[in-house]
Design a protein around this ligand. Structure first.
Ligand SMILES: Cc1cc2nc3c(=O)[nH]c(=O)nc-3n(C[C@H](O)[C@H](O)[C@H](O)COP(=O)(O)OP(=O)(O)OC[C@H]3O[C@@H](n4cnc5c(N)ncnc54)[C@H](O)[C@@H]3O)c2cc1C
Length: 165
């Protein structure tokens, strides 16, 4: 927070929004709109029967003791000054995981749009859908990508070696 150029720290929402708008060429954020959204969220955080999906998800996650113990902040009202200062972070969107793109057969040969192997072309790892998903089922679970990438690399390597024999 002290050194990051994408961080804005302020005591009031007006200052926070102004600080965020100063990080971009265009003033992308409207104070009234942001205020309305945070007030709506703060209203629901104290409602034990809320139907707000995000708050319901947070409460669900916090039922797991490990999460409850390591999270540093309990859910609280963002605009209550006693919980200040307000912190905003400018996000830079990147693609972290692709979950595939090339279809392969079980020997890592890339298939064309008709399902026929493209001669001499093999694929392994994330590009072939083996980073998450695939061997681990439909879901891409955190921490399960490298195993599938290595495994499919081994399969591709063996198939290429067999073809070159
Ligand atoms: C921040 C982050 C954290 C992660 N944490 C975990 C984790 O804890 N556990 C886990 O299992 N997985 C994790 N993953 C996922 C895992 O790291 C990736 O799924 C895995 O590394 C993909 O390996 P890969 O060899 O298939 O692809 P990559 O590692 O993406 O390799 C593809 C390579 O191709 C090169 N390339 C691209 N285009 C060209 C071109 N035209 N010509 C030549 N080269 C080219 C790229 O430069 C790159 O080196 C994480 C991923 C990220 C981004």
């Amino acid at each position: 927070m002290d050194k990051g150029e994408d961080f804005v720290i302020a005591n009031t929402l007006a200052d926070l929004v102004e600080g965020m708008n100063n990080l971009t060429d265009k003033k992308l954020l409207q104070l009234k709109e942001i205020e309305k959204q945070i007030q709506a969220r703060d209203r629901e955080i104290e409602n034990p029967f809320t139907k707000d999906l995000q708050i319901t998800a947070i409460r669900g996650a916090r039922k797991y003791l490990g999460d409850k113990l390591i999270r540093v902040a309990k859910p609280h009202k963002i605009l209550d000054p006693k919980n200040g200062p307000l912190i905003a972070v400018k996000l830079n969107i990147i693609s972290r995981k692709t979950l595939g793109g090339l279809q392969t057969d079980l020997s890592a040969k890339v298939l064309d749009s008709l399902g026929n192997p493209v001669p001499g072309l093999y694929a392994a790892g994330e590009v072939s859908g083996f980073g998450g998903g695939g061997v681990h089922g439909y879901r891409a679970l955190e921490g399960t990508f490298l195993g599938g990438c290595l495994f499919s690399g081994r399969v591709a390597g063996r198939a290429i070696a067999a073809e070159l024999k």
